[in-house]
Write a protein that binds this ligand. Structure first.
Ligand SMILES: [Zn+2]
Length: 188
């Protein structure tokens, strides 16, 4: 897997643009009650994030209904749920892959503790397969990916070179990241 993506500022900026679009869609749809949505972004102190793009990752796009006060958080390719680490890091560092030493060195550089990486791997192994997203979509992957080799086995199914496939995987995962995801998602 292409660990260098985490240091690829252009790629990270593309993720910001995608999230801005996704946020705009959420705002445009409005609240189910018919009320307009107002900005109520969550501040984030992003971790495993290069300093060049830290400001762009310092907000999780979210809205609040002007009528019923319901909160609507946009889905995201930057963050996987409430985790403070970048979704990209959760994918890349969870990978055991052919070069675990590279992943381990990268985790050290980004100050991600082995315990955190172990928790992510456990999430891929135990929680991801039972998410509503995977239960709904797994039939589209034929033959089924080796679930003991996630997330790499899943990434390998998305077309394109390193960046394009990763972007598709992060888009695929976005249903796990919005308001509705909080109750669907197990683990952290
Ligand atoms: Zn409302």
């Amino acid at each position: 897997m292409c660990h260098v993506l985490l240091a690829n500022i252009k790629f990270l900026q593309q993720l910001v643009l995608i999230d801005q679009d996704l946020a705009e869609q959420t705002r445009f749809q409005g609240c189910p009650c018919g009320g307009a949505l107002h900005q109520a972004h969550f501040p984030r102190k992003p971790r495993s994030c290069p300093s060049e793009v830290r400001d762009d990752f310092a907000k999780r796009f979210s809205y609040c209904c002007s009528q019923c006060r319901r909160r609507m958080t946009a889905v995201s390719v930057r963050f996987l749920g409430r985790r403070v680490h970048l979704a990209l890091a959760v994918v890349l560092l969870s990978e055991r892959g052919p070069t675990p030493a590279v992943a381990m060195r990268l985790a050290q550089q980004l100050a991600v503790s082995p315990r955190t990486v172990a928790r992510w791997r456990q999430w891929w192994r135990d929680s991801f397969p039972v998410t509503a997203l995977w239960q709904t979509m797994c039939g589209r992957f034929m033959p089924p990916p080796d679930m003991t080799l996630l997330p790499g086995a899943l990434l390998a199914r998305f077309a394109g070179d390193g960046d394009a496939a990763m972007k598709r995987l992060l888009m695929f995962l976005t249903p796990l990241t919005g308001s509705a995801a909080i109750t669907l998602r197990a683990g952290r």
